[in-house]
Design a protein. Structure first.
Length: 341
């Protein structure tokens, strides 16, 4: 699995914003002009002075503070740089040079966890907790934009809950290449930590470690520890797939397939930049497994090229020719001709 690139942001709530108030600027200018005019008349009675029109004073611009929801949406990514923009400017598209712009996509992912230890709540070990996450992607970067955790009907964490204090949020969502192209599964890492009061609790979970904890340290205190599955339940896929079918044209060595076998190559972006995984499968035989990362070339969010030459087995796609090689005691080489895209 690709190494996680972690990012974090710290938010403090209830920050007062002072506003300057301009009180009758024209009146002050007229009053000053009148005083000056009286002084001149007392010294030189033959000279008439006319007061200049008062200068127009523009009130200072007031910048509206960003809402907590806006700040946290900007901070949610652990592998996506957040740019600071003026509040009145339209958001700038974030993409790599030459990539096609695509509308953001989203998927709903769910894990069913089991309580292992609890304090402060009427729950028991073995009780079920539902973890619901909204995962969004623009091009190939995925973020967890929302998260809810409910244990036996009791909400124990909601990202939308209000709070006073600090929220340091890190998250990482990765899509996996499942057995069906119309379904996707995800792994997730998510934490929202920091001293606070209010309704929002704190959470630290990682499905790749199969565990998590939710807790509150003020008010009605509680702590719930749980185990969770590695992958979410199958759901609407987030990433676009590369899928091409072909036929084995030649094989050598200890190849597990013979010439004429029908095969399929698939690949997806995992949700972390250009990282991707691929699979080559001929019937029930897997020539190249999804556990090995590969390099992909993209047309927007969809992989169109696959290359993995620095590992065994290796995979190389050149136009319509796909080559899979393995080294060691059971070395082999399989060449496939793929149908045109």
């Amino acid at each position: 699995m690709a190494a996680r690139q972690s990012g974090s942001n710290v938010h403090a709530s209830n920050v007062p914003v002072s506003r300057l108030r301009v009180i009758a600027p024209g009146f002050g200018a007229l009053l000053l002009a009148g005083v000056v005019g009286l002084g001149v008349r007392s010294l030189t009675s033959t000279t008439t002075h006319r007061a200049e029109p008062p200068a127009v004073v523009k009130p200072p611009a007031v910048v509206k503070p960003a809402s907590r929801a806006d700040s946290e949406r900007a901070s949610a990514s652990d592998h996506q740089k957040v740019d600071v923009e003026r509040a009145d400017d339209p958001p700038l598209p974030k993409t790599s040079p030459g990539a096609k712009l695509t509308a953001p996509r989203s998927a709903k992912a769910r894990w069913v966890a089991k309580v292992t230890r609890v304090e402060g709540l009427a729950l028991r070990a073995g009780a079920s907790c539902i973890i619901d996450a909204t995962i969004e992607a623009e091009l190939r970067n995925a973020v967890v934009s929302d998260l809810d955790i409910t244990c036996v009907g009791t909400p124990v964490y909601r990202k939308t809950d209000d709070f006073d204090g600090i929220a340091k949020i890190d998250n990482d969502a990765r899509e996996r290449l499942g057995s069906r192209d119309d379904k996707g599964t995800f792994t997730i890492q998510y934490n929202d930590l920091g001293a606070r009061t209010g309704a929002r609790s704190q959470v630290d979970l990682d499905s790749t470690k199969r565990k998590g904890v939710v807790f509150r340290e003020s008010g009605s205190r509680y702590r719930v520890e749980f185990t969770m599955p590695l992958e979410s339940r199958a759901t609407t896929p987030l990433s676009e797939r590369l899928r091409r079918e072909g036929i084995v044209t030649s094989s050598s060595g200890a190849a597990p397939v013979k010439s004429g076998a029908k095969c399929t190559v698939r690949a997806i972006a995992t949700g972390s930049g250009d990282d991707c995984v691929a699979e080559v499968k001929c019937g029930a035989t897997v020539l190249f497994p999804t556990r090995q990362p590969v390099k992909c070339g993209y047309d927007g969010p969809r992989p169109i090229e696959v290359d993995s030459v620095d590992q065994s087995p290796s995979l190389q796609l050149d136009g319509s020719t796909l080559t899979v090689q393995s080294e060691g005691a059971k070395a082999f080489q399989v060449n496939l001709t793929l149908a045109q895209r």
